[in-house]
Ligand binder design. Sequence first.
Ligand code: UDP
Length: 326
Amino acid sequence: MKVFVTGGAGYIGSVAVESLLKAGHEVVVFDSLYMGHREAVSEEAVFIEGDLSNQELVRQSLLDHRPNGIMHFASHTMVGESMEKPFMYLRENTVNALNLIEGAVEAGVERFILSSTANLFDDPESMPIAETERIVPGSPYGESKFIVERLLHWTQVTKGLRYACLRYFNAAGCTAEKGEDHTPETHIIPLVLQVALGQREKIMIFGDDYDTPDGSCVRDYIHVADLASAHILAMEALGEREFFRYNLGNGNGFSVKQVVETAREVTGHPIPAEIVDRRPGDPDILIADSTSIRRDLGWEPQYPDLKSIIQTAWDWHNNHPSGYTS
Ligand code: UDP
């Protein structure tokens, strides 16, 4: 298949591109390089530098390439930032997606896969979180993703575009070639590894008075290569099915303190840590119930444990101490 990947120069998108190429697909990457890195895009992929807000460019790119499927990764993704810049998130994440969806319909694209988020479930009634959980977006970011899920719903109903929403929990880990390189970095695993690399004095643990076994927040870390394989399975399954939505995680929760401890084991560095105030907006526990995608698509994570995930991240960061510019 020919797959059009928005955000293919970003952290998760670049790994999806790598996996698609390995599986024999043709890939066209569309990325503004606002957060992504040109070096992260595999050489075999066609690259278009462009912003999804440019509706005419999106439309023309899709008409030129006429892909069979779209994987839509490009968006603003930070919960905290979205609380400070709600209109940027609510406008750009939704309007840009609509430009893409409209272009997809015009170009006769058959399948659309959306990167959605666990931030749809701010106040879950049960843990782990299944697809039946009621949706309560936790931020303008989460709300923007939910709106895009609804845009896809109505496009499927009215125009027949098949779609899948994959609601990720905490993406983590690296492949040998593709890694996590955000500026500024806010995610726990790369920050902990920066301490081990001597680039940061210590890690700040945001709160140890949560309602969890050790008081620090519990999250479900899922390897980016496992996210990528879920996307490919979803793309294939849309040949048979009109639409579906799945929660995507390992189904195991690890606390921030466990992340730091595991990183100490993997790196052999003492990684000094300091407990500081809570970060606004962090729920105590987020764990995915991924039973449905395992059952329906046969998805099986290759990195089900935290240690192997952190090991892959450590390998990449060791080889790329300054990220993609290394
Ligand atoms: N966290 C932390 N210190 C940091 C960065 C993150 O204690 O310097 C915590 C954060 O409060 C959350 C967990 O690590 O409980 C995962 O945060 P991250 O930003 O990696 O992902 P998110 O859960 O926000 O998607």
